[in-house]
Design a protein around this ligand. Sequence first.
Ligand code: MRU
Length: 349
Amino acid sequence: MIKTVEWTDAGVRFIDQTKLPTEETYVTCKSYEEVADAIRTMIVRGAPAIGVTAAMGVALGVRDSQARDLATLKRDLDHICDVLAATRPTAVNLFWGIRRMKAKFEEVSSKPIAEIKKVLVTEGQQMLAADIAANQSMGKHGAVLLPARGGILTHCNAGALATCGYGTALGVIRAAVDSGKKLHVFADETRPFLQGSRLTAWELMKDGIPTTVISDNMAGAMMRQGRIDAVIVGADRIAANGDVANKIGTYTVAVLAKEHRIPFYVAAPFSTVDLHTPDGSQIPIEQRSAKEVTHMAGKQIAPEGVGVENPAFDVTPHRYVAAIITERGVVRAPYSESLRALAPAETSA
Ligand code: MRU
């Protein structure tokens, strides 16, 4: 299995996603600041991977703190969490990962400092294992929704590389293929960062799953030709009413799917569901550097000084979503009821 994120004694290790598909190289971040940079520069990306990475960044920072008393360690913890929380605003998993580490710290704060540090390192590793298990469970729940054979369109990368392993949307595809379904994946290249052509194509080819890369503007024509039987994507944040923030361009795909009566599915762990955000209009959308749009592989492809927009995500209103697949089961509209019903009592208040 691809090791997207890994705890090592030397630090948090990542496959460098900015170098794929041409170079398979790994980087080890030796401080929480380096972990924050890895998230910001997208060496590691994808909502669930970002969540676990943030948790491991907290564990690393606390482990290496020089604090000799609890109050100083707590001050260090708060600072580390603030630095990590300022990396990327949209994926709610980032804040979930940080919150979990803070809660664990509180839970064990009566223990000696060395013990607190150990517990946080273990917590990060457990979150990694739980993420893989959640994806496998999502795969089982979602596989039945896909057709026995046909074309499946996906946007961005919601695979092993976007999680700790197996993937959400690609996990569902993997499970469906493992169950004997004959699927062909169409991967939108996903401008401007090209997660589809660089990452989705790379990891599916490694697994021997038939994959065709298309540029984003080909999706409508492919649907019209009857070559797409279902769409499945991941999510960075799902609001309480079922509105879905995901990679820019997802909304366009969802509207096209509705026009062509093709089911549009979203696969995400429950940590991506944000019941405190009532609807998609409240989800913060990250704006990234203009250079991601004006340059490709270091080469300028737009005139110097031209105006550029680069929102990294868009919001798909819930009415376009045929079902949301989570590790706890598949939910359908009305999402404001079905999502809340999946939540444990303390989070649904
Ligand atoms: O900017 P990215 O590459 O972090 O965006 C990733 C996505 O939009 C994914 O679809 C989403 O995080 C779900 S990953 C399982």
